[in-house]
Design a protein around this ligand. Structure first.
Ligand SMILES: Nc1ncnc2c1ncn2[C@@H]1O[C@H](COP(=O)(O)OP(=O)(O)OP(=O)(O)O)[C@@H](O)[C@H]1O
Ligand SMILES: [Mg+2]
Length: 362
């Protein structure tokens, strides 16, 4: 491909630096098709540095180079129909990627902005967004329902107690006792349902390793025999602003689930292990936002894995695969992590279940 010198003073990376924060792939090209700038997402996707890319002809990166050439011509002729198209992006040593391309002139003559939106990423983000909206709607429904149940419950319990005082046949108190007991059980469920809405978000400095150590101590107290909790920490991770109590609760819920999944192994005397792994992730997309740095905490266990039928739904409230489980632990953990602009994800196969908590770092 011919190398054409680029006027880096006018089109130097400084002007385009903000484009590195986008998950969208962006190229700035000369109207003759020569690449002047590729943002970080495009560099990553192509597996080529922007220094290598600079000066290369961009059109041959598409399976049909003509599409980009036509679009570049269209920017000059103001033919808007050709400015958006779908194409296959060729990548050295990798599978081609289907992208939606949008081409637009910039304020400088002869400079054109090319945006590439990976189609599978678009589909994934739309799905994530849909799930988030659904989860939000569920949360509101549950919150309202919990309030509706809570109010009459007190009256019901009080009436049963009054009735008990009036009963002359002591054998009948067994029935009022059942009402009181069941009302109490429902009350504690309703309280747990309302739990996420009760905590104000209290921000302070959080040391993630201190949180991990606390969770580790607590779970080892609960399972003193047969459980190993491995610490695999990247101690260079800085403190960040967050709500320590909420994050501890989130980590604890995940760690407790892992320990519960390992109970059968522990009983059989087989190695039962939870690993707490912290790492820094770079250039990561959470929701629609791209972050330069994020904290990554993995809670990995070697248990039987999340049952297949539950995998898509474990973060929903009231979904449980455990006898006696209320199915609120992960929903609460997800809410708390989302309050930190983060996300909690899960990958699970038998023998390796990995819960990954991601929180953006400043
Ligand atoms: N590490 C894990 N390995 C296998 N299954 C898991 C794991 N973590 C969660 N699960 C599955 O996901 C379900 C939902 O977990 P969640 O913490 O939300 O609820 P729960 O543990 O059943 O009840 P609660 O936490 O409210 O007491 C669990 O019941 C279990 O079936
Ligand atoms: Mg749980």
């Amino acid at each position: 491909m011919p190398y054409l010198p680029v006027n880096t003073a006018a089109a130097g990376p400084g002007r385009f630096q903000a484009l590195d924060f986008l998950s969208l792939l962006v190229a700035v090209v000369h109207s003759d098709g020569t690449l002047q700038f590729a943002n970080a997402a495009l560099e990553n996707t192509l597996g080529l540095s922007r220094r290598t890319l600079q000066g290369m002809d961009f059109a041959p990166f598409f399976s049909d180079p003509q599409l980009l050439q036509t679009a570049l011509q269209a920017t000059r002729q103001h033919d808007f129909a050709a400015l958006r198209f779908e194409a296959s992006l060729r990548r050295p040593h990798q599978e081609p990627m289907l992208v939606h391309v949008s081409v637009a002139a910039t304020e400088l003559a002869q400079e054109v902005l090319v945006e590439l939106w990976p189609l599978e990423q678009q589909a994934r983000q739309e799905r994530e967004e849909r799930l988030r909206e659904q989860a939000q709607a569920h949360k509101e429904l549950i919150r309202n329902l919990a309030h509706e149940i809570k109010n009459p419950l007190g009256g019901l319990r009080g009436a049963a107690q009054l009735l008990e005082l009036e009963l002359t046949n002591p054998a009948l108190t067994e029935y009022t006792q059942v009402i009181v007991h069941e009302a109490d059980r429902l009350q504690s469920l309703v309280d747990r349902l309302l739990e996420p809405h009760r905590h104000p978000h209290q921000v302070g400095d959080v040391n993630i390793h201190e949180v991990c150590e606390r969770a580790r101590t607590l779970v080892l107290l609960e399972y003193p025999q047969g459980l190993r909790v491995v610490q695999d920490y990247d101690i260079s991770i800085p403190e960040f602003r967050g709500d320590r109590a909420q994050l501890l609760q989130a980590v604890l819920n995940i760690v407790q689930n892992a320990a519960q999944a390992l109970v059968a192994k522990m009983a059989r005397g087989e190695p039962a292990c939870i690993t707490l792994r912290t790492r820094v992730a770079r250039q990561i997309t959470i929701g629609r936002e791209r972050h330069k740095l994020a904290l990554q905490l993995h809670v990995i266990d070697n248990g039987p894995g999340v049952p297949e039928a539950l995998r898509e739904r474990i973060f929903y409230p009231l979904v449980s695969g455990r006898d006696g489980g209320s199915g609120l632990g992960l929903a609460l953990a997800q809410t708390f992590v989302q309050r930190h602009d983060g996300i909690l994800e899960c990958d699970s196969v038998p023998g390796c279940t990995d819960f990954r908590l991601l929180i953006p770092l400043p």
